[in-house]
Design a protein around this ligand. Structure first.
Ligand code: MV4
Length: 505
C-alpha cells in the first residue's frame, strides 16, 4: 500500500477536469499540466498547481513524457493519471513513470503491451474459452496460405493490422481475386503507420453491434465487470452516442459476456479500469475484438448505472487497495445515455468547426450530467480533439433517459460554432434508435443516404424560420420555458437536426 497524496493529471480538457474532481473529493493535492494553447483552460484553474509543458502541438507538450516526469519530481508528485488518449496507452511511458518511483494510475506496462497488439491479445486469451472471430490468430505473410485460409473462412474477410485498432489498418476483401492486392496494401499501410507490418485475417461480421464491457481489477487478483456499454452509434469509428445497458443483451448473455471480459482481463493480470470490446452479430453471437487499457471517454454511462466513481476506483487500486465489492454486490440501476458534442458541422460532412464559444449555457436539472472543459467566451483550440462536451442523461429506464437527453439538448445553448447537438436530436428521435434495433451501420444507413443528400426543402426552411421566431420570443420572455419548441410539430423526423441548427442552437 502506497498512499497517493499528490496526483498529476497528464491530460487536458474534460477528462483532466473529470479526474481532478475525483482527486479533490479524495483529498489529494492536484497538479495540472498544460500547453501554451491551454493557458486559460478550466483544468489549469481547477488544479492546486499547474505547469506549462510546452507549445500547443501535442508532441511538444501533452506527449512529452520526459518533461512530465520532471515536473513530478520537482513538485513532489507521487502519482500520474494519464486520462485517455495522449500517453494513456503508452507502455514505455508507464515503465518510465514506475522507474522514477511514481505510481502510474493504470495497468502494468506488461498488460498494456499484451493488449496493445491485437495478435498478442488473441494469443494471451487462448488459454481461456473466449470466442474469437473465425480467422487467423497469428501474423500471416504467405499470400497463398492466407488465400487458403480466407477461402476456408469464407468471403468477405477483413485483413487487419496487428498494431492497428479503432478501425485503423483494416481492409475489406470481397473475393479471392482481390486478395493478393489488398493484402499487400494492408502490409504496406501497417508498416508505414505502425512500423509493424504484421496482419491477420478475420471473417467480416456484417452489421455487428459494438458492445464493450467495463472491467476493474485490483493488485490482489480480484477482477469484476461493471456490465456493458452499447457503442454501435458511431460515424467513421468515432462514437456519437453510447448507452448502458444495451437493449439487446439478455441477463444470461450479459453474464456470459461479463465472464469472458473478466477472463480477458485475467489473461494479462489486468489491474485498474479497462474495457473489453466485443462484436455481437445478428444471431447474438459475440466475439472478443480487443482490450482498451485505459479509462474510456464513455465511462460516465457505467458510473450512472452502477453508482460507482471509476476514477476513484482507479486511484484506490493504484494505491494497492483491494476492491471493496464483489461481482455479486454489483447491479444495474436505471439507464444512461451519452451524447458526444463535437465542434463539427453535420451539414458540412462533419468538418471540424473552430472558433469562439460566443454563447455557452449548459443544460441542468434531473438526470443531467455535463462533462466538459470549456466556458462561454473560450476558443476551441485547433490542436486537439474537437469534442466540446459529453452530455450524459440518466433515467429510471431507457425511455426516460432519451426524453431527458432530448430536453437537455433543447436547453443547451451553444453559438459561435457548429456542433453535433442537433444531430443528436435526429438520432434520438429515429425509430430505429428508439426501438433499439440498430447496428454499427446506423449512421451510414439512416443519415448519409436519407438526410445529407437532401437539400433543405422550402417547407423545411419555413419550419426553421417559424421555429427561430418562436425561440426568439421565448428567450425574450421567461427563461427556458421548455415547452418542446424544437419538438413542436415534428412531422419530418428526418431533419430535426437541421431545424435546430437553422434556429442557431
Ligand atoms: C470488425 C468488423 C466486422 N468484422 N471485425 C472497427 C474498429 C475495430 N475496433 C474493429 N472494427 C470492426 N471490426 C470483423 N471481423 C467491423 C468493425 C467495425 C466496427 C466495429 C465497432 C464499431 C464500429 C465499427 C464500424 C465499422 C467496422
Amino acid at each position: 500500500m502506497t498512499k497517493i497524496t499528490k496526483l498529476l493529471v497528464a491530460n487536458r480538457g474534460e477528462i483532466a477536469l473529470r479526474v481532478l474532481r475525483s482527486a479533490r473529493e479524495m483529498g489529494l493535492q492536484t497538479v495540472a499540466i498544460y500547453s501554451e494553447a491551454d493557458r486559460n483552460a478550466l483544468h489549469v484553474r481547477y488544479a492546486d498547481e499547474a505547469v506549462c509543458v510546452g507549445p500547443p502541438a501535442s508532441k511538444d507538450s501533452y506527449l512529452r513524457g520526459d518533461k512530465i516526469i520532471e515536473v513530478c519530481k520537482e513538485l513532489g508528485v507521487d502519482a500520474i493519471h494519464p486520462g485517455y488518449g495522449f500517453l494513456s496507452e503508452n507502455a514505455d511511458f508507464a515503465r518510465m513513470v514506475k522507474a522514477a518511483g511514481i505510481t502510474f494510475v493504470g495497468p502494468s506496462p506488461e498488460a498494456m503491451n499484451i493488449m496493445g497488439d491485437k495478435l498478442s491479445a488473441k494469443q494471451a486469451v487462448q488459454a481461456y474459452n473466449i470466442p474469437l472471430v473465425p480467422g487467423t490468430a497469428e501474423a500471416i505473410s504467405d499470400v497463398e496460405e492466407a488465400k487458403r485460409i480466407a477461402e476456408q473462412v469464407g468471403f468477405p474477410i477483413l485483413i487487419k493490422a496487428s498494431a492497428g485498432g479503432g478501425g485503423k489498418g483494416m481492409r475489406l476483401v470481397h473475393a479471392a481475386a482481390e486478395f493478393e492486392e489488398q493484402m499487400q496494401l494492408a502490409i504496406n499501410e501497417a508498416t508505414s503507420a505502425f512500423g509493424d507490418g504484421s496482419v491477420f485475417i478475420e471473417k467480416f461480421v456484417t452489421g455487428p453491434r459494438h458492445i464493450e464491457i467495463q472491467v476493474l481489477g485490483d493488485e490482489h487478483g480480484n477482477i469484476v465487470h461493471l456490465f456493458e456499454r452499447e457503442c454501435s452509434i458511431q460515424r467513421r469509428h468515432q462514437k456519437v452516442i453510447e448507452e448502458a445497458p444495451s437493449s439487446v443483451l439478455t441477463p444470461a448473455l450479459r453474464a456470459e459476456m461479463g465472464r469472458c471480459a473478466v477472463d480477458v482481463a485475467r489473461a494479462c493480470n489486468y489491474t485498474g479500469a479497462g474495457t473489453v470490446e466485443f462484436l455481437l452479430d445478428d444471431q447474438r453471437n459475440f466475439y472478443f475484438l480487443e482490450m482498451n487499457t485505459r479509462l474510456q471517454v464513455e465511462h460516465p454511462v457505467t458510473e450512472m448505472i452502477t453508482g460507482l466513481d471509476l476514477v476513484k476506483e482507479q486511484i484506490k487500486v493504484a494505491q494497492g487497495e483491494p476492491l471493496s465489492f464483489r461481482q455479486e454486490d454489483l447491479s444495474i440501476t436505471g439507464h444512461a445515455l451519452e451524447l458526444r458534442v463535437y465542434a463539427e458541422d453535420p451539414q458540412n460532412n462533419f468538418l471540424p468547426d473552430i472558433g469562439r464559444l460566443q454563447t455557452y449555457v449548459r443544460p441542468q436539472g434531473p438526470g443531467v450530467r455535463v462533462d466538459d472543459g470549456f466556458e462561454q467566451g473560450m476558443d476551441i483550440p485547433i490542436y486537439y480533439d474537437p469534442m466540446i462536451a459529453k452530455l450524459v442523461t440518466y433515467g429510471a429506464n431507457r425511455q426516460e433517459a432519451i426524453a431527458r437527453m432530448l430536453r437537455a439538448i433543447e436547453e443547451y445553448q451553444i453559438t459561435g460554432i457548429e456542433t453535433t447537438l442537433g444531430f443528436g436530436t435526429y438520432v434520438l428521435r429515429h425509430p430505429a434508435f428508439v426501438s433499439g434495433d440498430f447496428d454499427t451501420n446506423f449512421i451510414k444507413d439512416h443519415f448519409q443516404s436519407s438526410v445529407l443528400q437532401q437539400t433543405p426543402s422550402p417547407e423545411l426552411a419555413r419550419l426553421a424560420a417559424v421555429l427561430a421566431a418562436k425561440l426568439l420570443t421565448e428567450q425574450k420572455g421567461a427563461a427556458m420555458a421548455s415547452n418542446g419548441a424544437a419538438a413542436g410539430g415534428a412531422a419530418v423526423p428526418v431533419s430535426n437536426w437541421k431545424k435546430n441548427r437553422l434556429a442557431g442552437r
